[in-house]
Write a protein that binds this ligand. Structure first.
Ligand code: HEM
Length: 601
């Protein structure tokens, strides 16, 4: 029998048995598997420019993403970045429903995305959907185009006014008073005590932020250590919802999943607690404003009546709510935004967007700062010397707390460098992405603006580009061979006229030190974040010697990594760990909570 007649007999026997549909489907599947052997069906392969990380036929890298979850992925990104073949520093993977994601591993590409061709790269629906139920769909974080421009314009005005600066200073000093009270009571007469430090910082930033944003005291930080044990429903709901959203990014089809699982129902409940809380504050404030305006109107009509007791009472109420009497000086964020819009839903989104932007980021930076300081105690004395220049009495009298003024930030370059270096290594926004509106070739320019090293990258319409500041901080091509070392000197310039002979090095620019983003969407709260963090450090460091708590002192971050080799159980119990022995290795959040021992100086 010839080959042709054998094939025709074979096909005939198959179609006789199964009809046409099944064999054609199988053939089509085979074709798809051959066409997409290691990537998601329907995605582009761009072998010329980018290394495609091998995945499974038709589903791409889905298994990898689901298996690693959010916390283990950064090590893997770094591993992949270091595994890229020569000449192709970027890699891509494909995941449903997003499609192809191109991971960029050099600041020059990010500059192209966030500045040179800014309009082509948007946050897109993926992000809006993931965050929408939590912080709304109209806030600065999730919007693009004209909608984002409007939010940005409003927010920039707020950040540039002196009123906001005054409110920030007053609020931060109030919170420092509480932090000081907690630590004083905790160290007590013995002059020593142990505390869950990140918990304190999360409360410090949340409490400050609620006051700055709404003029509301949510009672999560008081000058009493007992407050650290109290549950704050708004904060609990906020934390839980935020963690839940993080997981959405590694769960394709999460919308469907959430419809039928308890996790989805919980998310609805958390969102309700949070939004109801914020909505009530906004409604009350809008009502007050209406009343005030009405009272003023009546006063205009009938001078002498409205200026009586009722106006005084309104002023008192409004002051308590964070608004200033009379001419409206010293307004909080909400007060300033209310000058621009009175739409309660829009105001709600504005405020929640700001809380998400400003609270965790600063608290995490502080938590990591101390972890680095425990590992590098040689930086403590230069910081103390610098504080002593600003607060001369602090070297001898540690009973009076230091309250840093907003305008004195520049007087602490060494401290700022230590903080910036820890933010570089542990960026609070460790990864980010954008969607391409049109096909594009990213042609990175060198400093002369001419040639193209690293090589160009092609991006197709609808694809995502992503980067990780955590990974970039650990690439020798970006920060040199000592990239993984904690070296605040990267952020210091010798300057005879500067405090302690230093000046903070801001010449690195937003693309190399990219933790605060760059281009038109540069973080609006950078100075505020430095102020909040440096103010609390100026209070704590001269007054207490802070150490990683030993297990017998109540370390809560135990068992997460092995103790150093060669130490007996008794020694470990007595001395604690030289923690973290391998803290440099990886994880973005090694320990959400850890304990620190404070010893009165
Ligand atoms: C160490 C602290 C902080 C870090 C590392 C940080 C970092 C960032 C980053 C990476 C972005 C870009 C996010 C994105 O586009 O997805 C961003 C945006 C933003 N940040 Fe910060 N941030 C910090 C603190 C703050 C604070 C205290 C505020 C005050 C409210 C703030 C306000 C904002 C706002 C409003 C945006 C949106 C800008 C826009 O899209 O136009 N940030 N920040």
């Amino acid at each position: 029998m010839s080959l042709a007649s054998w094939i025709s007999n074979f096909v005939a026997s198959i179609t006789d048995t199964f009809g046409y549909v099944l064999p054609l489907t199988v053939l089509y599947l085979l074709y798809l598997i051959i066409r997409y052997p290691n990537r998601l069906v329907g995605t582009h392969s761009d072998r010329a420019y980018v290394w495609t990380v091998p995945g499974y036929p038709l589903i791409g890298n889905l298994v990898d993403v689901a298996r690693r979850g959010t916390k283990k992925q950064f090590d893997h990104f770094l591993y992949l970045a270091n595994s890229c073949p020569p000449g192709k520093p970027n890699f891509s993977w494909t995941v449903p429903p997003v499609g192809r994601i191109v991971f960029l591993n050099h600041p020059a590409y990010i500059e192209h995305i966030q500045k040179t061709n800014f309009n082509n790269y948007v946050k897109g629906d993926f992000l809006k959907n993931a965050f929408g139920d939590f912080i709304g769909t109209t806030g600065i974080f999730v919007t693009d185009g004209e909608e984002w421009k409007r939010s940005r314009k409003m927010a920039s005005r707020v950040f540039s006014v002196g009123q906001f600066r005054r409110v920030v200073t007053t609020v931060v000093h109030e919170e420092l008073h509480s932090v000081n009270g907690v630590l004083d009571a905790m160290t007590g007469e013995a002059g020593q005590g142990t505390i869950a430090l990140p918990n304190l910082f999360f409360r410090y930033t949340l409490s400050s932020f609620a006051k700055m944003a709404f003029g509301a005291d949510i009672q999560c930080l008081k000058p009493d250590p007992a407050c650290l044990q109290e549950d704050v429903p708004f904060a609990t709901a906020f934390d839980s919802a935020q963690e839940h959203i993080n997981n959405r990014f590694t769960k394709p089809g999460w919308q469907l999943w959430e419809k039928y699982t308890p996790g989805g129902k919980q998310m609805v409940a958390w969102t309700k607690v949070m939004r109801d809380f914020a909505r009530k504050i906004i409604d009350d404030r809008l009502m007050l404003l209406d009343l005030k305006e009405k009272a003023r109107g009546e006063e205009m009509q009938d001078r002498g009546i409205a200026m009586g007791q009722s106006e005084a009472a309104l002023n008192e109420k409004s002051q308590r709510a964070g608004m200033a009497p009379g001419d409206g000086n010293d307004k909080d964020l909400l007060g300033l935004f209310m000058d621009m819009t009175r739409d309660p839903e829009e105001l709600l989104d504005v405020v929640l967007n700001f809380i998400i932007a400003g609270r965790d980021t600063t608290a995490q930076s502080l938590s990591w700062f101390f972890i680095e300081l425990f590992a590098h105690p040689e930086h403590v004395q230069p910081i103390l010397d610098e504080i002593a220049l600003l607060f001369p009495s602090s070297a001898t009298d540690t009973s009076t707390p230091n309250y840093l003024a907003y305008d004195d930030l520049r007087q602490l370059p060494y401290m700022q460098a230590c903080l910036a270096e820890s933010i570089r290594l542990h960026p609070p926004v460790p990864k980010n992405s954008k969607s391409a509106l049109q096909d594009d070739v990213i042609v990175p320019l060198n400093s002369a603006g001419t040639s193209t090293t690293p090589p160009p990258v092609k991006v197709f319409k609808g694809e995502m580009v992503a980067w990780s500041d955590w990974v970039l901080a650990r690439l020798p091509t970006v920060w040199g061979e000592d990239c993984a070392e904690y070296k605040p000197s990267r952020f210091l310039l010798a300057d005879e006229s500067g405090p302690g002979g230093w000046r903070f090095n801001s010449n690195l620019g937003p693309w190399k030190f990219h933790a605060f983003n760059g281009g038109p969407r540069l973080c609006l709260g950078m100075t505020l974040a430095y102020f909040e963090a440096m103010a609390v450090l100026t209070l704590i460091l001269p007054k207490w010697d802070v150490k990683w708590a030993a297990p017998h002192e109540g370390q809560v971050c135990l068992g997460k990594r092995p103790p150093p080799a060669g130490r007996s159980a008794e020694e470990e119990q007595r001395d604690g760990w030289e923690w973290p022995p391998n803290y440099k290795s990886s994880l973005t959040h090694p320990c959400e909570d850890y304990s620190a021992t404070f010893v009165r100086r």
